[in-house]
Write a protein that binds this ligand. Structure first.
Ligand code: IPE
Ligand code: IPE
Ligand code: MG
Length: 257
C-alpha cells in the first residue's frame, strides 16, 4: 500500500469471519512521522508535532468508542533527547499544553492516565503536570491511557533489575527464585494488561526501544500513514489486521493439534 493511501473499507469475506474474534485488550502505538508529514506539506517540523496532538485526541476518542481497555502511546523516547534543543522544547511545551487543555476532559470521560518512563529532572513543570494527571485520574475505571515519556525499554528493564537487586540485597528475595512474573511486576507496566498489539505509523518497521519485554508476543502492525493523518479508520484497519493473525505463543494452531 502506498504511504498515505486510505485503508480499504472492506476486509474481504474470508477475513471477516476471523475479524469477529476477541479484539486486543492493550494496544501500544509508536506515533511516528510528524517530521515527514511537515516536510511533505512544506511546513516546519513543529507544525507536524502540533498536528500529531490532534491525532492523539482522535485516537483516544476512537479507542473509547471501540472499547479498547488500554492504549499506550510513545510520546518521547529516552533517545529523543539527542534532537535539537528547539525541537525538544517544542515537544515539551506541546505535552504541557495537552495536559493543561485536555486533562479535565479526560477525567470527565473516566480515562485513567499513567506515565511510564524514567522520571527526568530536566523539566520540573512537565513532571509536575504528569504527576497531576496520574493523581487526578487514579480511581477512574474507563480507558487506561499510558503515556510513555522519557521512556526506553532497555532503561525500564535496567530499573526493574535494580529494584530486584535491591530486594536481594535487603534479604527479601533469593536470586535463584526470581521469576518472569517478578521481573514483569517490577516494570513500569506492572498494572497494565498484557500487550497484544503494537502499531507503528510512518512505514518504519522497528520498535525503537519501545516496550521490549512486553512486546515479546505482541502482534506488530506497521501502517503506511504519517502520524498526523492517523484516525479511527486506520486504527480499525490495524484491529482488522490483528484479528487476522494467528497468535500461537510458541504452540500450535488449534486446528493442527
Ligand atoms: C514522531 O515523529 C514524534 C516523536 C518522535 C517525538 P518524528 O518527529 O519522529 O517524525 P519523523 O520520523 O522525523 O518523520
Ligand atoms: C520513536 O520514534 C519514538 C517516538 C515515537 C516517541 P523515533 O522517530 O524517535 O524513532 P527512530 O529514531 O526513527 O528509530
Ligand atoms: Mg521518527
Amino acid at each position: 500500500m502506498k504511504l498515505g493511501a486510505r485503508p480499504s473499507a472492506s476486509i474481504g469475506p474470508e477475513k471477516m469471519s476471523r475479524a469477529g474474534g476477541a479484539g486486543p485488550r492493550h494496544v501500544a502505538i509508536i506515533m511516528d512521522g510528524n517530521g515527514r508529514w511537515a516536510r511533505a506539506h512544506g511546513l516546519p517540523r513543529a507544525e507536524g508535532h502540533r498536528r500529531g496532538v490532534e491525532a492523539v485526541r482522535r485516537t483516544i476518542a476512537a479507542a473509547r468508542e471501540l472499547g479498547i481497555e488500554a492504549v499506550t502511546i510513545y510520546s518521547f523516547s529516552s533517545e529523543n533527547w539527542s534532537r535539537p534543543a528547539a525541537e525538544i522544547g517544542e515537544l515539551m511545551s506541546l505535552l504541557k499544553r495537552f495536559i493543561r487543555s485536555d486533562l479535565r476532559d479526560l477525567h470527565t470521560k473516566n480515562v485513567r492516565v499513567r506515565i511510564i518512563g524514567e522520571r527526568h529532572p530536566s523539566d520540573n513543570e512537565v513532571q509536575a503536570l504528569l504527576e497531576e494527571a496520574e493523581e487526578l485520574t487514579r480511581h477512574n475505571t474507563g480507558l487506561n491511557l499510558t503515556v510513555a515519556f522519557n521512556y526506553g525499554g532497555r532503561n525500564e528493564i535496567l530499573r526493574a533489575a535494580r529494584k530486584l537487586a535491591a530486594e536481594i540485597a535487603a534479604g527479601r528475595l533469593e536470586a535463584s527464585q526470581i521469576s518472569e512474573q517478578d521481573l514483569a511486576g517490577a516494570l513500569d507496566t506492572a498494572d497494565l494488561p498484557p500487550l497484544d498489539l503494537v502499531i507503528r505509523t510512518s512505514g518504519e518497521q522497528r520498535l525503537s526501544n519501545f516496550l521490549l519485554w512486553q512486546s515479546a508476543y505482541a502482534e506488530l502492525v506497521f501502517l503506511p500513514v504519517l502520524w498526523p493523518d492517523f484516525d479511527r479508520s486506520w486504527l480499525e484497519q490495524a484491529l482488522a489486521e490483528y484479528a487476522r493473525r494467528d497468535r500461537r505463543f510458541g504452540g500450535l494452531d488449534p486446528t493442527e493439534r
